[in-house]
Design a protein around this ligand. Structure first.
Ligand code: NAP
Length: 248
């Protein structure tokens, strides 16, 4: 069993969905957790109350991961609150799908700024504080190399996340910091609802495409994150784990 007692984790985009489940699971394993959010203060506070009710330790911190000054402050405040950082989960992400003729420069930058630049900025700031044995977990997607029509920009952001996972794993290995990615398949979350992907044809397609026959749940991903955060995975770095019920 994993034990994260004494460790401090920052989970970006933890006000809902997969990030919220990861924050709660890391806290349940004994980590003190920073629940980061961009706009959903209430959602983040609810996650912290649930963690506190289960006798865990957590705080909310606001930061837009696409803004360098925000991300710098996120880690400075984490250090003020908890004194250290051991685990970074780069989960904050947005997904919108567009046919080629609908792709705009603004939408390209919006997705890349959050999904790729956000991951890089958080990793860069975290690396100032992370020490031997630390773990960075990037939430990518099986979309990164699936080639699903109309997902060009989103899939490219996750392809970039896979790529930087491997590169940074090598770059940070001399400091004994591990970097791995989880690639979820379809997971039912608030974001999936608001993007209009739940309850319709796309949901049916995702279930048919999943050998284990259902959509993922945030907890399915959180369990893998706990494994990658813990010493149970100490010999893994630069890996992508498909957490997708067999979909690829
Ligand atoms: P979600 O329900 O929409 O939640 C997204 C989270 O990211 C929210 O907490 C949101 O915070 C935060 N966020 C967005 N932009 C941010 C920014 N600029 N700075 C800080 N936080 C920001 O999404 P989800 O479905 O849980 O997805 C989470 C991650 O998993 C994403 O990286 C996504 O690409 C990946 N993923 C999801 C699926 C899926 O099927 N759900 C599949 C594969 C991969 P606020 O609400 O406060 O803005």
């Amino acid at each position: 069993m994993s034990n994260l007692k004494g460790k401090v984790a920052v989970v970006t985009g933890a006000s809902k969905g997969i990030g919220a489940a990861i924050a709660k699971s890391l806290a349940a394993e004994g980590a003190s957790v920073v629940v980061n959010y961009a706009s959903s203060k209430e959602g983040a506070e609810k996650v912290v109350s649930e963690i506190s009710a289960a006798k865990g330790k957590a705080i909310t911190l606001h930061a837009d991961v696409a803004k360098e000054a925000d991300v710098r402050r996120l880690f400075e405040e984490t250090i003020k609150a908890f004194g250290r950082v051991d685990i970074l989960v780069n989960n904050a992400g947005i997904y919108r799908f567009h046919a080629l003729h609908e792709i705009s420069e603004d939408e390209f930058h919006r997705l890349f700024n959050t999904n790729v630049l956000g991951t890089l900025l958080a990793t860069k700031e975290a690396a100032k504080y992370l020490g031997e044995g630390a773990s960075i977990i990037n939430i990518s997607s099986i979309a990164s190399d699936k080639g699903l029509a109309t997902t060009t920009v989103y899939s490219a952001t996750k392809g970039a996340v896979d790529s930087l996972t491997r590169t940074l794993a090598n770059e940070l290995a001399p400091k004994k910091i591990r970097v791995n990615a989880i690639r979820p398949g379809g997971v039912l979350t608030e974001g999936m609802h608001s993007a209009g992907f739940s309850g319709g044809e796309f949901e049916e397609y995702m279930i048919k495409d999943t050998p284990l026959g259902r959509l993922g749940r945030p907890d399915d991903i959180a369990r893998v994150a706990v494994f990658l955060a813990s010493d149970q995975s100490q010999w893994l770095t630069g890996q992508y784990l498909d957490a997708s019920g067999g979909a690829r």
